[in-house]
Design a binder for this molecule. Sequence first.
Ligand code: TMO
Length: 324
Amino acid sequence: MKFNIATWIIHCILLGFLYLPCGDIASAQSNKNNPIKIVLNNWTSQIILSNIAGSLFEKQGYKVEYVLQDPYEQWGALYRGEVHVQVEVWEGTSAKLFSRMVRAGGIVDAGIHDAKTREEWWYPLYVEQLCPGLPDWQALKRCYALFVTKETYPLGQYLSGPWEKPDRARIRALEMNFKVVEMEDGEALNKKLFEAMKNQLPIVLFNWSPNWVEAKFDGKFVEFPAYEPDCESDPNWGQNPGLLYDCGNPKTGWLKKAAWSGMPDKWPCAFTTLKKINFSNKGISELVFMVDVEKKTVEQAATSWLKKNEKRWQSWITQGCTKP
Ligand code: TMO
């Protein structure tokens, strides 16, 4: 016999929702019609992983919408339940806001990826010939003149993205003659990197791992004084006794997933899947490579991953959660 949800709901209405299961089934069904809103940010791996997560929710009968969000504003929106899922929370850029929101109860920690992350100043390898002593930051400090541009004269240019980083504070604390020039998104940064590499020009820019870069180009992160939490809270810490941020970013940061706190109740199957979703450094950089270098679309990269990794994602879906 085929289960007919409409008849069931009518039964339930007639019975005045006396039975708890009636209410549960009716609300589970209406929850399936409410779309799960997945946050999209402005770098490639986050967009591909969002797409994969969305496909896995859809396989379980959920509706999905993708909502482009500024990486700062997303936290309030997630907290208020205007959006519901974030598949990549990077320790280097988001640890503070994320933990504050989890403590306040509006956001739940949906578990950690295997990938270890780093977000830091980076240069292509040929820059070492122009600036001996790299990757040590003191070499970069001495070589600032190599990086001067029209916009930053008489200072060296450091290209960053729109993600919250204490770069200006760090430049001040380490007394470096650099100026931050902020790019709009990951793509704009890539373009600057390609241009510089084509002509082997000096460049130092924000980069992160996992990303496509390590799969394609030789280069290194700048080694600043090693990160410790005190560096960001105690001015006395480190080599500048008067200022915070006289250190680099964490070298083996975590990568987590986050959800609106109402998600586990409202969409339990999807939440369980979100908790299980897990990518490694290699997995992420291969996906990003497909899009940023091989110029496949995000959908093509996600589809090809789903095809090749069926066993893996099947194990992220609870039995009984897939559409009949
Ligand atoms: C947040 N990001 C991965 C671009 O550093």
